[in-house]
Design a protein around this ligand. Sequence first.
Ligand SMILES: NC(=O)c1ccc[n+]([C@@H]2O[C@H](COP(=O)([O-])OP(=O)(O)OC[C@H]3O[C@@H](n4cnc5c(N)ncnc54)[C@H](OP(=O)(O)O)[C@@H]3O)[C@@H](O)[C@H]2O)c1
Length: 254
Amino acid sequence: MTRKTVFITGATSGFGRASARRFAEAGWGLVLTGRRVERLQELQKELGSKVPVHIATLDVRDAQAVARIVAELPDDFRDIHCLVNNAGLALAPQAAQQTELADWHTMIDTNVTGLVNVTHSLLPTLIRSGAGASIVNLGSVAGAWPYPGSHVYGASKAFVRQFSLNLRCDLLGTGVRVTDIEPGMAETEFTLVRTKGDQAASAALYQGTTPLSAEDVAEQIFYVASLPPQININRLEIMPTRQAWAGFAVDRDK
Ligand SMILES: NC(=O)c1ccc[n+]([C@@H]2O[C@H](COP(=O)([O-])OP(=O)(O)OC[C@H]3O[C@@H](n4cnc5c(N)ncnc54)[C@H](OP(=O)(O)O)[C@@H]3O)[C@@H](O)[C@H]2O)c1
């Protein structure tokens, strides 16, 4: 059987790094991308003795860099069977009216523009791979459920959800599957990034409860990508058992 290859964005941390390890465990070849080259090198060192690993430093916001990296994939890594569109971030957990416009732009540029940059570049190889190929997009519960401080982040993930469903329509007949994975609270570097390095705020969010781990989510990513080719999971919403929704908020006279 020929070895399958997965292309992962944001492989330097969290879900992306855990996914690299999970796919490697199952013998897949890896194309690992992210901005922090030293972390990519560490992962290549860790997994390179088990499976073929190609690393490429990539900022997904740069459409030309994305196209170049895809065009320059070594021969052994050209046939991509799965794209894990994972690179993303939340910033500015404050109320919308207290945020910096630049943070909104960074979220849109990464979570929306970056994700479409990579998808567009890899569609030809995914379609060539055909039946059983998949695009696994990292959405979020924030794409469906509103909460204070979610503003542009949640809206960017609503884009990911709808883009995933719309891609399904256009890819009908190609065999390429599309899934929007929508995790709830998971402990990664996500909150450290969201609070711009506030380790205490990050620790406080996860303290005294049981969030999802990066490995929990990676297992779901691997699951949808390794199902028999006739099965497409459209959306997969996953929350920790210890997380649920609050009620409606009401503004009352003081
Ligand atoms: N953790 C959660 O609670 C949660 C819940 C729902 C959804 N998500 C989503 O899951 C995905 C992964 O998040 P995570 O929790 O694993 O967070 P994380 O630990 O902070 O990892 C985020 C990854 O995205 C990469 N990245 C960020 N900006 C990038 C850019 N411009 N170009 C390329 N790579 C970039 C980072 O790599 P570099 O910095 O090295 O580039 C890093 O590898 C994100 O899309 C996030 O929105 C997270």
